[in-house]
Design a protein around this ligand. Structure first.
Ligand code: URP
Ligand code: ZN
Ligand code: ZN
Length: 537
């Protein structure tokens, strides 16, 4: 046999055994069941200089020199999650209310006792052994208000807000006023590593007309930008809201009445039509309705570059959650609203399984409940003791519960590789983070890992807001049983969360901005010509 000791692993030309260098690694993760979107198998992983350095069959790396070894025997080892829809530190845009989480609390999910003590709103409970963390990359929003003249200055301000982040991050620019000057900034955004933006077909402060949407899509196409669209017909739901108010129907449950599935389905179909006119990729965000999903599937079958996202709230909540006693229903007010029942949930699970939904994000949009000034309760008054649903801040917290909730049921329904695909890999591909994020490729990927407990090692327990680390005084998933929770999470080779060692080991500000390239999703370049060009423009 001949072999060289070189700087990286080396395959013998004759026997094809892999020989390893004498180099020292920063971290070894051995014996785990490694799960990526394409493969599952028992592998060892060696990490050096923040990157995945080696991935080799179980047992083959255990003898390497390393500063630290994690034995993940029996546990799943997955690429770090990529949550591509997170609202942090935003001004009031969705009704009243301010984001409860900033970049520190929103990316922490692993609150040290000191920070917990400083946090007046947080429940004063001791750290529970099952309190947990899920550092993962997130893509948050840099929101333009109608009066902001420049996206670049919005981007700059958001960079300043984000520098306390525990996890890696990037931003989607939220475009609410696409003037010619604003549109002309798209190419500069690409140069600054921003390759996606979000627009709205609803919310007074954000809604665009169809001609404005076409302007945005055309400029996005020229610059290789993916446009995310919030698809609900704002005019119709405002009309419905006024009809309900004229009948003095104000309670939180009427939020769902004012936004039936057709309101989402019509806007989804219109967004698809507008995208096909321009022939540019769009992603319909937070899809809740099976009939909207059917339009998306139909467009995808025609080869249109239409992608879609759903969220845990559309798998686990129903409109009856908005009808809880007192004003509790306000906790689950989000747009689109949770739908009617289990048949709708089944359809959304089916859409995840058959590829209609490209990604599963949290849409973490945190508002405190018990705060009369800025929280969900700020709409209660003597004149309106039931509140007025039209002003309840829209959105639910969920960044920390996304992976455990969905893994718990998704393992059976989707399989492990599909779970990784929709919670990590596809978001990385769609938004230009791949293969740095979203997979475990030796030499290419950041060493971001989420390591779970072995099957049966962790007793199932019920979600309890006291164990979560967001700055919100409730979770919509209180009491729901969860069977697993991350045991270690690793960001660029650094262990950030080690549940058995007391939790937090990562540092504030370790998170970095990640510059993004264009979409790597198959078909994202569209057909080459939009419907308007086919017509001979
Ligand atoms: O109700 C929701 N989804 N709130 C967050 C804002 C948005 O539209 O994503
Ligand atoms: Zn939205
Ligand atoms: Zn959102």
């Amino acid at each position: 046999e001949f072999w060289d000791i070189i700087d990286s692993s080396h395959e013998c030309n004759f026997c094809h055994k892999v020989y390893l260098s004498m180099e020292s690694y920063d971290l070894l993760v051995i014996n785990g069941l490694v799960v990526t979107a394409s493969d599952i198998g028992h592998f060892d992983i060696a990490i050096k200089d923040e990157k995945i350095a080696l991935l080799a069959p179980k047992g083959s790396l255990a003898e390497l020199a390393a500063k630290r070894v994690i034995d993940a025997e029996g546990g799943y080892v997955m690429p770090g999650g990529v949550d591509a829809h997170v609202h942090l530190d935003e001004p009031p845009l969705f009704g009243k209310g301010r984001s409860a989480d900033n970049y520190e609390t929103g990316t922490l999910y692993l609150l040290s006792k000191t920070i917990r003590a400083l946090n007046a709103r947080k429940r004063q409970e001791p750290d529970q052994p099952s309190a947990a963390a899920q550092p993962q990359s997130s893509v948050t929003f840099a929101p333009q208000s109608k009066s902001d003249p420049s996206l670049l200055s919005v981007l700059q301000q958001t960079h300043v807000k984000a520098n306390q982040s525990y996890t890696d991050y990037s931003f989607h620019l939220l475009v609410s006023n696409p003037t010619p000057d604003v549109l002309s900034e798209f190419s500069a955004l690409r140069e600054r590593g921003i390759s996606s933006l979000k627009i709205y077909m609803t919310y007074e402060a954000l809604q665009l007309r169809d001609d404005q949407i076409l302007d945005v899509l055309l400029e996005a196409r020229k610059n290789g930008i993916t446009t995310m669209i919030h698809a609900e017909n704002g005019d119709v739901l405002t009309w419905m809201t006024e009809q309900l108010e004229s009948r003095e129907l104000y309670a939180p449950k009427y939020h769902a009445t004012s936004r039936p599935q057709i309101v989402e389905t019509e806007a989804t179909n219109r967004a698809i039509a507008l995208s096909s006119i321009i022939d540019t990729p769009i992603l319909i965000v937070h899809v809740s309705s099976p009939s909207a999903a059917a339009h998306i599937r139909h467009a995808q079958t025609k080869g249109l570059p239409i992608y879609a996202e759903t969220c845990p709230q559309y798998l686990f909540l129903t409109r009856s959650d908005l009808d809880k006693p007192g004003f509790e229903g306000a906790k689950c007010v989000c747009s689109p609203p949770p739908r009617e029942g289990s048949e709708d949930h089944e359809a959304i699970w089916r859409g995840l399984s058959n590829g209609t939904f490209t990604i599963l994000s949290s849409d973490h949009c945190p508002f405190v409940y018990n705060d009369g000034e800025v929280g969900k309760k700020s709409v209660l008054s003597e004149r309106y003791p039931e509140g007025r649903f039209r002003y309840i801040p829209n959105g639910c917290p969920g960044v920390e519960t996304r992976l455990p909730l969905v893994l718990c049921e998704g393992e059976k329904r989707l399989g492990l590789s599909k779970f990784v695909e929709v919670t990590s890999t596809n978001a990385a591909k769609l938004y230009g983070l791949y293969p740095k994020k979203g997979t475990i490729l030796a030499g290419l990927s950041d060493a971001d890992l989420c390591i779970w407990y072995p099957e049966g090692k962790l007793e199932p327990w019920r979600v309890n807001n006291g164990q979560l680390h967001h700055n919100v005084d409730y979770t919509p998933y209180e009491g729901r049983e969860v069977g697993n929770w991350p045991r270690w999470t690793i960001l660029r080779g650094k262990v950030m969360w080690a549940r058995d060692e007391g939790g937090v080991v990562g540092e504030k500000g370790f998170g970095e901005f990640v510059e993004r390239g264009g979409s790597r999703m198959a078909g994202s370049r569209g057909r080459g010509r939009g419907d308007w060009e086919v017509q001979g423009f």
